[in-house]
Design a protein around this ligand. Structure first.
Ligand SMILES: N[C@@H](CCC(=O)N[C@@H](CS)C(=O)NCC(=O)O)C(=O)O
Length: 302
């Protein structure tokens, strides 16, 4: 009942960020394969609309966004530490840079390379999430993104030439966050060449890949929905930050502020500086608590 269920797909870079953490921590987890494109009929009953990948589920608690998922895994499985207190702020800054800037430098060159192999409807689906995600815009944007990626890879190479990991003496969430765009870059020969040309970076990436697949067993999507249906939200410590303007019980809409505009609507169970938890009563799975980070998400009165 309390096992970690990760809704993911193999090629998903953000899922890889979480899979590396789970492998490093040697945590058992269940893998639910979700479609690469909307609709996601075995995911949205859990989230209430959010369609991005990955999503973590524990019973009837559902966690959106890797920033929150990583921190919940750390709280549940604190050893080995991947967010040491002494570096928590620096790790969050590097993570944000990796998830947004570094990742976005990888997207145009990689997608342009994959254009002929993409499933039908892929660009249209991503255009729904990010207006302007067209073949023409990607082709036009790829050379600059490639050039800019070189600078980012230089920063990583400089740090990894001086220390084995990006922050401190051990693998941390900062490494997992930077690894996922670097791994995604392997799909573009031009980017893969730039990674390979930086020896400390290439060796670091190989070490992280070497954590292996982790302790993972597949789960059917219907079984994950049944788990939610059978469970009750458990991770719902009450409370609200007065300064937020909201109170426990208010019905709110939650929406990403970058891409993917689907909205989750629910009643606030918990709200603090870092996280908002809303309760949804879903026709299919019953009561579920949906957890979001505050950073990167708009919360509005419904
Ligand atoms: N900020 C989100 C970003 C997640 C994200 O962009 N995921 C990609 C896949 S790696 C996605 O959802 N793409 C659209 C899809 O898979 O439907 C997070 O950290 O979880």
């Amino acid at each position: 009942m309390n096992e970690i269920i990760l809704h993911h797909y193999e090629l998903s870079p953000f899922s890889e960020k979480i899979r590396r953490l789970l492998a490093y921590k040697r945590v058992d987890w269940r893998a639910v394969e979700q479609p690469v494109m909307a609709p996601k009929p075995a995911l949205t009953p859990l989230t209430g609309g959010y369609r991005r990948i990955p999503v973590m589920q524990i019973g009837a608690d559902v966690y959106c966004d890797t920033a929150l998922i990583a921190r919940r895994i750390e709280a549940l499985h604190p050893e080995p530490v991947t967010i040491p207190d002494a570096f928590a702020g620096a790790i969050a800054v590097i993570e944000d840079w990796a998830d947004h800037r570094l990742f976005m430098q990888a997207v145009p060159p990689v997608v342009v390379r994959l254009l002929d192999a993409l499933p039908p409807g892929f660009l249209e689906d991503r255009q729904q999430m990010t207006p302007g995600f067209s073949r023409e815009a990607l082709v036009a944007g790829a050379p600059h993104a490639l050039e800019q990626a070189g600078h980012s890879l230089d920063y990583l190479e400089a740090q990894l030439g001086a220390s084995p990991w990006l922050v401190g003496e051990h693998f941390t969430l900062a490494d997992a966050a930077c690894y996922h765009p670097v791994r995604f870059m392997q799909n573009s020969p031009e980017l893969a060449e730039r990674v390979a040309a930086r020896p400390a970076l290439a060796a670091w990436a190989a070490r992280i890949a070497g954590f292996g697949p982790g302790e993972c067993r597949a789960m059917e999507p219907a079984e994950a929905l049944a788990v939610a249906r059978a469970g009750e939200p458990a991770d719902v410590g009450g409370g609200a930050v007065a300064a937020s303007g909201f109170a426990v019980g208010d019905t709110v809409d939650i929406q990403a502020d970058d891409y993917g505009q689907e909205v989750t609507t629910g009643r606030i169970l918990h709200l603090d500086q870092n996280e908002i938890v809303v309760l949804r009563d879903d026709a299919d799975v019953g009561a579920v608590a949906v957890h979001y980070p505050r950073a990167g998400y708009r919360v509005r009165a419904h």
